[in-house]
Design a protein around this ligand. Structure first.
Ligand SMILES: CC(=O)SCCNC(=O)CCNC(=O)[C@H](O)C(C)(C)COP(=O)(O)OP(=O)(O)OC[C@H]1O[C@@H](n2cnc3c(N)ncnc32)[C@H](O)[C@@H]1OP(=O)(O)O
Length: 343
């Protein structure tokens, strides 16, 4: 990527490390860094990178770099463009607080160094420039590739990591970050801290845990309401906190689509995250519908509810109510008492 100014004068080193000061280090003839030109370079690279990754907007810009404690490594080829130099690419890293799941599904709070953006000019890709940038950064930060987290890595980047650093077995996460199996063995990532256990009334579990649970439950036991909890018969509200509602949320219904297998190594965790979001929404809808009843719903009703949850054209609640009533041919008023009036 060339610019209408002398890249060599702006960036004397082959690889320049920029931080939030946007200073390229050595000041030319005692003058301050030409901030405007450095900003132009960063902004143009950010745009090119987002285009290459088909992102809706750049995730790298001069303004963003100034506002964060990230490091941006900028690689030039000083001999091109009539000796004025061209920019070959960049790599941006920074520390992030992340909640990650280890191989056993334990939830950990971590603060690893993350690769946030990485780009080599199209015409210069697959010439080893990416490796030069990455190796430089590893030495500068004194970190190993498996100790790092990768923010939604592209297929090219995943291929790069596998080829150069033999990183291929990723540990599925519920966020967009990818970590590899060595991550949790590494002592230096042990800003690792176990997240204190959630209260029983806590949130829905991460998807990967839910999947494990449902497999176990499907193998072992019938879901609620086939097994009734030891609770009063007229207190059947499915609270999101109850273990029953959790088993509902993980798809124990026979009518639910087959479970996806655990994310394959290298699969971008964004897909997992999307699926997780969908399942949570479904769970919440299901619980909301179940809450319409002042008694435990039976197995047929449960199946019907699950089927409705899967149906993109969800039925209005009053039709759903009528359908559920028709199961036992009882008039609606004897059958169901609403806790909440239907909309
Ligand atoms: C967290 C993130 O930043 S994700 C975003 C990553 N960035 C992008 O996807 C933007 C477009 N891609 C690029 O800019 C570059 O391809 C980079 C930065 C990923 C790699 O830089 P390069 O200079 O091409 O890497 P380098 O030459 O050192 O290594 C080449 C290896 O990278 C991978 N790679 C690079 N380009 C490609 C490609 N077009 N298709 C598939 N794999 C590729 C391959 O493993 C390749 O080895 P191979 O040629 O033997 O198959």
């Amino acid at each position: 990527m060339d610019f209408p100014f002398d890249v060599n004068a702006l960036f004397p080193e082959r690889i320049t490390v920029l931080d939030n000061s946007l200073s390229a280090g050595r000041k030319a003839h005692g003058r301050p860094d030409p901030l405007l030109q450095i900003s132009t370079v960063i902004d143009e690279l950010g745009k090119a990178s987002s285009k290459a990754q088909q992102l809706p907007a750049p995730i790298t810009s001069a303004a963003k770099l100034q506002a964060n404690r990230h490091h941006l490594y900028l690689l030039k080829d000083g001999e091109q463009n009539g000796g004025r130099g061209v920019i070959v690419g960049f790599l941006k890293v920074g520390y992030k607080k992340l909640f990650l799941l280890d191989q056993r599904g334990a939830h950990l709070e971590t603060e690893p160094l993350c690769v946030l953006d990485f780009y080599v000019t199209e015409t210069l890709q697959r010439h080893g420039y990416g490796l030069q940038l990455f190796d430089f950064m590893l030495k500068h930060k004194r970190v190993e590739p498996e100790q790092m987290a990768y923010d939604r890595p592209s297929p090219k980047f995943l291929s790069f990591l596998e080829k150069h650093y033999d990183l291929k077995s990723s540990v599925p996460q519920v966020n967009n970050f990818v970590v590899f199996s060595g991550f949790f063995q590494s002592r230096s990532v042990v800003q690792l801290r176990k997240v204190p256990p959630k209260k029983p009334e806590g949130e829905i579990k991460p998807y990967s845990l839910m999947e494990r649970e449902v497999v176990r439950q499907e193998q072992r036991a019938l879901p609620w309401p086939f097994i009734h909890p030891a609770g009063p018969p007229h207190s059947p509200r499915l609270l999101p906190s109850s273990p029953q509602s959790r088993s509902l949320s993980v798809g124990s219904s026979p009518s639910r689509a087959p479970l996806r297998p655990a994310a394959a190594p290298g699969t971008p965790s964004s897909q997992l995250s999307d699926s997780c979001r969908a399942k949570r929404t479904s769970h919440q809808g299901l619980v909301a519908r179940s809450n319409l009843y002042s008694r435990p719903i039976n197995s047929r009703e449960l199946r019907q509810l699950l089927a409705e949850e899967q149906n993109p054209l969800k039925l209005p609640d009053h039709i759903l109510k009528a359908r559920l009533c028709s199961f036992r041919h009882l008039p609606p008023q004897r059958k169901i008492t609403y806790r909440n009036r239907p909309p």
